[in-house]
Ligand binder design. Structure first.
Ligand code: DGJ
Length: 734
């Protein structure tokens, strides 16, 4: 890994064994992008593509008539000086102008990677893991400094970027837009992939041809959202899961975002990601700084699986912070789908005790334990126990759960309040709402104004007390509505454009304080399922509830889509009851587990209600998961066959040394009188001899080129007969 500065050409080359990223200043002082992709040899001067010459209707800087920004690949572009594509930032100055001209001020190359105050960011475990270039530019007229940060890691094909603005002038400016990353690619031979959905069907991949104009996704919900994820991919049209080029772009942020690709009429492609600039207006007083969230740019020459491997490893090793980092996750039992809010101590202990008998390790008490919470109309905000349900409190319950040999976990939803709550009656001004206007409800609840530190403090104090009194090992932090009427009664008119972002910062700060106070707690984030499943959250909560849809066949699609951008160990996945509560579909306990294994794994049903035969299977499933979870959660995950349009889907996890592979194959419908079907595996060592549980052996090259037979004419030997069948095959080095 190296960051080379060529003084003569004023170019920077960031490189490791896998990638190169080259930027530099041109004669007119603009910062240009020269290259991002597979590692290439260094040279003293890289030549800019696309920036020579000028065409009619184009404008050029004074004294540089033969140069135009419009044909240049720009590193961090502004609007208003001749580039007519979408700009990366906008600073409104005292005289009303939005034009700036940032020129080289200084640069620094440092070992390691600086953190970003109040925001999630990848980090180094030791400073030798990464190098960082901090490139400072200055706009002389406004005296604003723009610092561009670039970190390159030794081991991953990624560049981490973010931007900081410092107002060194004596006049206030307003930041109206500040994206985290802009990327100008020299051609348009790409497809754009984004991850789209809604409640209970999150992160479904959608691929669109890049044709002309803009493709974009965004959130204005105050959360990253189930609708669009702050992770997109640009891939070559021929790129497959295992071959070809792809570029991933993640934003480490959990609020409003925008990501787009803009194909211009001159054959270039601009891509960018950042905080959504709609309703964003940040006054920057003299002497103050503003930092954007971090964006991660990933390059893969080994297809989409290769791209996923880089980000999975980066996030597991250099983003997650928790005692559970790189540790297998406890197998949990959650009572939500078993009881909803209708429980008491006896019914909870009965469910937990059956879980203990089955071998689970952690019991999680979900919504309904606090305030007057018997349904979703009341109680949020009153974070003290409902002693009618739990006479000995959470501390008494957790003691009894611990005595069974189980860890205890608890659900909270700290950002919300019901109008029917003591908190709201005492502090109606603590919600996001506009004076004189009606309040919009979501799940009959209002959103607390987390942009106001006083509100965050009050919630912290209440939660601290609950956490301190009980021996908690796990917290599920839920968030069940999108933001509306985003207005803070503790801010002036001038500051209302900061509220969306300050809300996110307030939420992060509460996480940070609770993590510091209770460092051993494992946090799982949740937002009506997976509506805030993003890389920013992983910095605080190393796992996230993937979706409220626990139907195994729907879940397989959700987990498959999620795996493009997020590690397997980050995906909360449970076996729930059949018929399924969301779809009414009946699926065997075997297939339900075969899907849930590929995640954190747990159960979300009353195990007392299973037949003896099913319960025996559950015990075996838990033994299986305990044996193989390290490989499933931390091996290399390969998407093998897509579940979206076909009857058979498959994925697999391969131990890093390739000696063990866990392959799962799922079949929707039993075909009638079908033909042969094979699944070609991937990621194995071609020369290694593997043995399955029946003692059958195959070389890796056989499995990858000929494949596993999964169906013959009578269809029965691989799966049981019937719909929604599946099988997990374990291959061990012989
Ligand atoms: C939404 C979550 O996704 C569910 O798992 C559950 O915790 C409910 N909220 C509780 O209200």
């Amino acid at each position: 890994m190296n960051i080379i500065y060529h003084e003569q050409s004023r170019q920077f080359h960031l490189t490791n064994n896998q990638i190169s990223y080259v930027i530099g200043f041109c004669d007119s002082g603009e910062l240009l992008q020269y290259y991002f992709g597979k590692k290439i040899h260094d040279r003293d001067c890289f030549e800019a593509q696309c920036s020579k010459g000028i065409k009619p209707m184009m404008c050029s800087p004074a004294d540089h008539e033969n140069f135009t920004l419009e044909l240049s690949r720009l590193e961090y572009p502004v609007f208003g000086t001749g580039d007519y594509r979408t700009s990366a930032y906008e600073i409104l100055q005292e005289n009303g102008s939005r034009v700036t001209r940032f020129e080289y001020l200084s640069h620094d190359i440092v070992e390691g990677k600086p953190s970003i105050d109040g925001l999630p960011a990848t980090y180094c475990n030791d400073d030798t893991e990464a190098l960082t270039l901090i490139l400072s530019l200055k706009d002389e007229l406004s005296q604003v400094v723009c610092k561009l940060f670039y970190s390159i890691f030794e081991d991953y094909s990624v560049i981490a970027r973010h931007v900081e603005f410092v107002n060194e002038g004596d006049k206030k400016v307003r930041i109206l837009k500040a994206y985290s990353l802009n990327l100008d690619l020299p051609d348009q031979d790409y497809e754009w992939m984004h991850f789209q959905g809604a409640w209970a069907r999150e992160r479904m991949p959608v691929t669109s041809a890049v044709t002309g104009g803009r493709l974009s996704v965004e959130s204005m919900r105050g959360i990253s959202s189930a609708n669009y994820n702050p992770f997109v991919i640009l891939k070559r049209p021929a790129t497959t899961e295992d071959n070809g080029e792809a570029i991933g772009i993640h934003l480490l942020y959990s609020g409003n975002f925008i990501a787009f690709a803009e194909a211009d009429p001159f054959g270039m492609l601009r891509a960018a990601i950042g905080i959504n600039d709609k309703w964003f207006d940040w006054p920057l007083e003299s002497g103050k700084e503003f930092a954007t969230p971090e964006a991660i740019l990933t390059y893969s020459a080994e297809g989409l699986n290769g791209l996923s491997h880089s980000v999975h490893d980066l996030f597991n090793n250099n983003l997650v912070r928790s005692p559970y980092k790189n540790q297998v996750r406890p197998i949990l039992l959650n009572n939500w789908e078993a009881t909803n809010m209708d429980f008491d101590e006896a019914s909870i202990l009965k469910i937990a005790s059956k879980g203990q008998e089955a071998g689970v390790e952690l019991f999680v008490l979900d919504d309904g334990w606090f305030g007057k919470r018997d349904d979703d109309h009341a109680g949020l905000g009153d974070w003290y126990v409902n002693t009618k349900k739990l006479p000995e409190g959470i501390s008494g319950l957790s003691r009894k759960i611990n005595e069974m040999g189980l860890k205890m976990g608890l659900w909270i939803e700290p950002e919300m309040v019901n109008e029917d709550s003591d908190l709201y009656r005492a502090h109606p001004e603590w919600v996001l709402s506009i004076p004189g206007r009606p309040k919009t409800l979501g799940r009959t609840q209002l959103v607390l104004d987390f942009s106001n530190p006083e509100v965050v403090d009050a919630i912290y104090d209440m939660l601290y007390k609950v956490f301190e009194d009980a021996n908690l090992s796990y917290i599920k932090w839920d968030m069940n509505r999108s933001l509306t009427e985003v207005f803070s009664s503790n801010k002036s008119a001038d500051e209302q454009g900061t509220v969306y972002h300050k809300y996110v910062l307030g939420m992060y700060s509460l996480y940070e304080r609770l993590i510091k106070a209770f460092p051993n707690i494992l946090f799982e984030s949740c937002s009506s399922g997976g509506a805030r499943f993003d890389a920013g959250m992983l910095y605080y909560a190393p796992q996230a509830w993937c979706s409220d849809d626990t139907d195994a066949f729907e879940r397989m699609k959700i987990q498959y889509g999620t795996s493009y951008g997020y590690p397997i160990v980050s995906m909360g996945s449970h076996v729930s009851v059949s018929p399924n509560q969301q779809t009414g579909r009946c699926i065997s306990i075997d297939t339900r587990a075969n899907v849930a294994y590929f995640g954190t794994f747990g159960y979300e049903l009353d195990l007392n209600e299973l037949s003896d035969e099913e319960f025996e299977k559950v015990k075996k499933q838990i033994v299986f998961m305990k044996k193989y979870r390290e490989i499933i959660q931390y091996g290399d995950f390969y998407r093998v066959k897509s579940p979206y349009n076909e009857n058979i889907a498959s994925w697999m996890s391969v131990k890093k040394d390739k000696s063990v592979a866990i392959c799962a194959i799922y079949r929707n419908y039993t075909p009638v009188n079908g033909g042969y079907q094979r699944i070609k595996l991937t990621g194995l060592d071609p020369d290694m001899l593997y043995e399955d549980e029946n003692g059958k052996t195959y070389y890796g090259d056989y499995l990858m080129n000929i494949g596993l037979d999964v169906q013959d004419n009578d269809q029965l030997w691989f799966y049981d007969v019937g719909d929604y069948r599946s099988k997990v095959v374990v291959l061990n080095r012989k």
